[in-house]
Design a protein around this ligand. Structure first.
Ligand SMILES: Nc1ncnc2c1ncn2[C@@H]1O[C@H](COP(=O)(O)OP(=O)(O)OP(=O)(O)O)[C@@H](O)[C@H]1O
Length: 288
């Protein structure tokens, strides 16, 4: 193995996975550096969960080379598994136990667990430590799932759509938690179909569509590369709404000001969001 390969927490080349006639992963390459927060962004059914399941060793693959913390997940030992934390889409905790009992219970599976009380604090569940899991609202149950993902002190944390179903406040709290874990040095692979989430958290991201990566890079660079045109919207004096797409919105607005006397009715200038970028990319993909 080269020195460079040793630096990568996740190194995937040519990954493929089919379920019968369905090609879920169709030749994915991924390199995630240690300490990086990497976002896998894509619509439902793009192949994100399947990829994460393969990285964790939970699911086999049909083709490709995969190295996670220097090990092929297909041959992952118990010691290796303890270095990889995972938060699945489905809740995994037993409903009858309390938060503290559950976190302590899961700590026993790990050779080098973190302190359960510290982890309960990290996910903001101190006040609920004695509560039964079944009594927790959804957002707090999800925090517990994150606690169970990190109790083993993983070097790599796989988060499969961690905030799906959250209200905006719970989502922001979860983002703070993910940022805190990243600051501690945990490498994080996060899947999401929430564009705002990918932009808020990921150092780097890949856009996945139909089992393939259709774009990869820094969130801001992706937007820059794939969507620099701004949209200038205004309303004509007869009430007709107009939109012009342009690389030079200031010039467009200046020209409109010459034409209109005073305020421009309904003026709005918007830059493309990551969502626009994804739509454009997946549109290209569909057109192939
Ligand atoms: N166990 C399975 N058996 C058969 N088909 C599957 C199975 N799991 C996933 N698929 C199919 O594989 C494709 C990729 O699914 P996958 O769950 O990996 O995508 P995803 O991007 O994670 O989507 P989601 O956000 O909905 O979980 C989809 O077409 C899905 O229906």
């Amino acid at each position: 193995m080269t020195a460079h390969a040793n630096e990568l927490a996740v190194d995937v080349r040519g990954l493929r996975k089919r379920y019968g006639d369905v090609t879920a992963v169709d030749g994915i390459d991924l390199g995630i550096g240690r300490g990086e927060v990497f976002g896998l962004l894509g619509p439902n059914g793009a192949g994100k969960s399947t990829t994460v399941e393969i990285l964790q060793g939970h699911r086999g693959r049909d083709a490709g080379e995969v190295s996670v913390l220097g090990t092929d997940p297909a041959n992952g030992t118990r010691a290796w598994r303890s270095r990889v934390g995972i938060v699945w889409q489905e809740e995994s905790a037993p409903a009858e136990l309390t938060v503290r009992e559950t976190v302590r219970h899961f700590a026993r599976y790990s050779p080098r667990p973190r302190d359960p009380e510290e982890v309960i604090g990290l996910v903001g569940l101190e006040a609920k430590a004695g509560s039964r899991i079944k009594a927790l609202p959804g957002g707090q149950r999800r925090r517990l799932d994150v606690a169970l993902g990190v109790i083993g002190g993983p070097e790599l944390l796989l988060l499969d759509e961690p905030t799906t179903g959250f209200d905006p406040a719970a989502r922001r709290q979860c983002w703070d938690l993910i940022r805190a874990l990243a600051e501690e040095g945990t490498t994080i692979l996060l899947t999401t179909h929430c564009l705002e989430e990918a932009e808020a958290l990921a150092d780097r991201l890949a856009v996945v569509s139909a089992g393939r990566i259709v774009a990869e890079g820094l969130p801001a660079a992706l937007r820059e590369r794939y969507g620099t045109e701004a949209a200038v919207e205004w309303t004509e004096p007869d009430g007709t709404p107009r939109t012009e797409r342009t690389d030079t919105p200031t010039r467009t607005v200046a020209a409109l000001m010459d034409r209109f006397d005073g305020e421009l009715p309904g003026l709005r200038v918007s830059r493309p969001t990551l969502e626009d970028v994804c739509l454009r990319l997946t549109g290209q993909e569909d057109a192939r």
